[in-house]
Design a protein around this ligand. Structure first.
Ligand SMILES: Nc1nc2c(ncn2[C@@H]2O[C@H](COP(=O)(O)OP(=O)(O)OP(=O)(O)O)[C@@H](O)[C@H]2O)c(=O)[nH]1
Ligand SMILES: [Mg+2]
Length: 321
């Protein structure tokens, strides 16, 4: 394309939904590559209207299977759907530990569907920021709905709140103890509860438990998180699950809560990004700046304690900034 620098990401192809261009743009975000910067800054104003529906829940409850079923349901309605699966990355090995667990059926020739898994390693501002930026790219590319699967080390992943406009917590029958220990946390996170594997015994009891739990949450400004039973093997409950998502999105509109929720997410995104910059800058200075290296030497020699050193570091940073 004329007028574009080598290495720059082609906005026109992204708008046209070109898969290679989308893949490159998301990789650039994932790797913290500089090309992503100009692109995201240029496109930001066009974004913010898309639904981002997050799915979280313990390992193996059927999040990927549900997303698969929802994609088919939404394609049946003619909607264009993008899916982002967020892989947890080990901070020790840097490797994606569950990358091979993602099992999506990819309709090879359907350009109304886009699947992508993202590793959080190296992405500036953390996984939530990277996922939201990828979602912006996909929104500009014309996708109507963005479904995000997150896996938090066997638990319900709270980061979903910083990503999604609607968060679905997926559980299965007989998660008794787990649900008990998660109770308060679950309620904070779930806009919709889904009891998947409802073909297994105990689904009704699980539903009753969760309805009771949801009823405790009247302070949640007029929204009571519904509990939907689904099965991806029978299958059943998939349209009802999507209706619950749409009901929550409609509630956000009607109650005027959407801007407030978006504001909270954006504030976190900005703070996360600044934290990254500060972190990188200070870590480097501690290594290179002779004065700060002396300070670190003193801490190592037990002449200065880490709290005092942190205060000094913070002060010198403010003085310079
Ligand atoms: N009985 C039953 N099994 C299901 C259902 N949905 C999914 N499964 C099975 O549960 C297993 C896990 O399904 P996934 O969709 O990979 O679950 P997940 O939550 O995405 O798993 P992770 O991403 O690894 O946490 C698979 O063997 C599925 O076939 C269901 O509705 N009923
Ligand atoms: Mg999965």
């Amino acid at each position: 394309m004329t007028g574009e620098r080598r290495g720059a990401l082609p906005v026109r192809q992204i708008r046209a939904g070109d898969r290679r261009a989308l893949g490159r743009a998301i990789s650039a975000i994932e790797n913290g590559a500089p090309e992503a910067d100009a692109l995201l800054k240029a496109l930001y104003r066009e974004t913010g209207r898309v639904r981002i529906v997050g799915f979280t829940g313990p390992l193996g409850v059927g999040k990927s299977s549900l997303i698969n079923a929802l994609v088919a349901h939404l394609r049946g309605q003619g909607r264009r759907v993008a899916v982002i699966a967020v892989d947890p990355s080990s901070p020790f090995s840097g490797g994606s530990v569950l990358g091979d667990r993602i099992r999506f059926d990819r309709p090879a020739d359907d350009d109304g569907v886009f699947f992508r898994s993202m590793a959080s390693r190296g992405a500036a501002g953390g996984v939530a920021a990277a996922t939201r930026e990828a979602a912006r790219i996909l929104e500009v590319a014309g996708f109507d709905d963005i479904l995000v699967e997150t896996v938090g080390s066997g638990q319900v992943d709270t980061a979903i709140r910083d990503i999604a406009t609607t968060s679905v917590v997926v559980l299965v029958p007989h998660l008794g103890d787990e649900v008990q220990t998660l109770k308060a946390g679950l309620f904070e996170i779930a806009d919709v509860f889904c009891v998947n594997k409802a073909d297994l015994p105990g689904a009704d009891a699980a539903r009753r438990d969760l309805v009771e739990l949801a009823a405790l949450g009247t302070e949640r400004g007029g929204w009571r998180s519904p509990v939907v039973l689904t099965s991806t093997v029978e299958p059943s409950g998939i349209p009802a699950l999507w209706e619950a998502v749409e009901a929550h999105e409609a509630y956000l509109e009607r109650s005027g809560r959407r801007p407030e929720a978006e504001r909270r997410r954006l504030a976190k995104e900005i703070v996360g990004r600044v934290r990254d910059h500060v972190d990188a800058e200070l870590t480097e200075r501690l290594e290179r700046d002779p004065e700060l290296r002396r300070l670190l030497d003193q801490v190592v020699a037990r002449e200065v304690d880490p709290r005092t050193a942190a205060e000094r570091l913070h002060r010198t940073r403010r003085a310079r900034g």
